[in-house]
Design a protein around this ligand. Structure first.
Ligand SMILES: [Zn+2]
Length: 75
C-alpha cells in the first residue's frame, strides 16, 4: 500500500519516509474490512493523529474528498 501511494500521505500528500508511515484500514477489520490493498491507506503520523481524533464518519468523507482530488490531479 505504501508503494502504491507513491510514498505519500493519502490525506495531505506529504512525501514520507517508510519509518514515518502509518498504514491504516479504511474499513475496520471488526467492521468487515479485509487485509487487501483497497482497504489500506498510508498516512503520515500527523494525519493519523488527526483522523484518530475524529469520528469514523468524518474520516470516511475526508477520504472520499481526497480520492476525488487525486483523480483530478492525475487526469
Ligand atoms: Zn499527512
Amino acid at each position: 500500500a505504501f508503494k502504491r501511494d507513491n510514498c505519500k500521505c493519502n490525506r495531505c500528500g506529504l512525501k514520507m519516509d517508510l519509518k514515518d508511515t502509518i498504514t491504516v484500514f479504511v474499513k475496520d477489520i471488526n467492521d468487515g474490512g479485509g487485509y487487501n490493498f483497497e482497504n489500506l491507506i498510508s498516512l503520515c503520523s500527523d494525519c493519523n493523529k488527526i483522523l484518530n481524533s475524529q469520528n469514523p464518519n468524518s474520516t470516511i468523507s475526508n477520504l472520499e474528498v481526497n480520492d476525488k482530488l487525486m483523480f483530478f490531479v492525475e487526469s
